[in-house]
Design a protein around this ligand. Structure first.
Ligand SMILES: NC(=O)c1ccc[n+]([C@@H]2O[C@H](COP(=O)([O-])OP(=O)(O)OC[C@H]3O[C@@H](n4cnc5c(N)ncnc54)[C@H](OP(=O)(O)O)[C@@H]3O)[C@@H](O)[C@H]2O)c1
Length: 245
């Protein structure tokens, strides 16, 4: 993929890994549009770089995505890259909570349905470009779950599977499909838990290298080792990840 001259939509681009990706690509002469629910975060992110602009959007509702795509078609018809980054993680035990449906529904809507729906809505625009891409963020937890995040892990496993099948469907089209798999990263999502985290900027830099090298499955840092160990010693690794926080 070319490293400059793209027009890139990043969901959840106002903070964390999304913001690091937005800054990384803006600094390389790409135009970046970020979405999120928090207008203050979006405004602050736009102040970081003149090539970043924002469209507030709660991606959990399909009608919002439809409105977003209409606006993109009007104002950013040269859009050629979608980065499905927005996600939420709630930690809870289904056997101990009384009906945690708001959290379950939010995780499924933001982490999985929005990825499928936004990709589908943007495919006509992307397929009309000479070079285009869809980038989906998954996680090591897509490959082996932890106990206290059953729904989050299931949504990431679903996105991993969707990404693979979408790649098959888009063979022969101009749209490349990337899967970005970060290890534990220091963001709001992981605040106060875990150790040995890397920074969002390190994830963006690793992704940038894979992007220009056309490496479509991007295992960052410890994820490479995790995936190997899951083959060599699956029982030990599953038990270790199961109890991670
Ligand atoms: N951090 C890690 O260790 C780690 C590891 C592996 C994979 N990942 C993945 O990397 C991605 C980014 O995670 P992160 O750690 O950067 O998380 P984060 O810091 O919590 O950021 C999540 C972003 O998603 C946005 N978002 C949440 N709900 C939304 C909604 N309904 N509509 C629109 N935007 C929404 C948030 O913006 P608003 O609050 O403004 O809506 C925020 O900007 C996620 O897909 C995550 O699963 C993270």
């Amino acid at each position: 993929m070319k490293d400059s001259g793209n027009t890139i939509l990043i969901t959840g681009g106002g903070s964390g890994i999304g913001l690091a990706l937005a800054t990384f690509f803006a600094e390389k002469n790409n135009r970046v549009i970020i979405t999120g629910r928090n207008a203050d975060k979006l405004r602050e992110a736009c102040q970081k770089h003149p090539r970043i602009s924002a469209i507030p959007c709660d991606v959990s509702r399909r009608e919002n995505l439809e409105r977003l795509v209409l606006q993109l078609e009007r104002e950013y018809s040269d859009l050629n890259v979608l980065i499905n980054n927005a996600a939420v993680q709630h930690n809870y035990d289904l056997t101990r909570e009384s009906l945690p449906f708001p959290r379950i529904e939010e995780e499924i809507a933001v982490n999985f349905e929005a990825v499928v729906n936004l990709s589908t809505l943007l495919l006509p625009l992307l397929c009309a470009k000479e070079e285009a891409a869809i980038v989906n963020l998954t996680s090591g937890l897509a490959f082996t779950p932890k106990e206290n995040a059953a729904v989050y892990c299931a949504t990431k496993a679903a996105v991993h599977s969707f990404t693979t099948a979408l790649r098959y469907q888009l063979e022969g089209s101009p749209v490349r499909v990337f899967e970005l798999i970060p290890p534990l990263v220091e963001t709001a999502m992981t605040h106060g838990r875990g150790s040995g985290k890397i920074t969002p900027a390190e994830v963006a830099a690793a992704f940038g290298r894979a992007w220009t090298a056309d490496q479509y499955t991007v295992s960052v840092g410890k994820i490479k080792v995790l995936r190997l160990l899951l083959r060599w010693m699956p029982g030990i690794m599953r038990a270790k990840i199961r109890k991670s926080d």
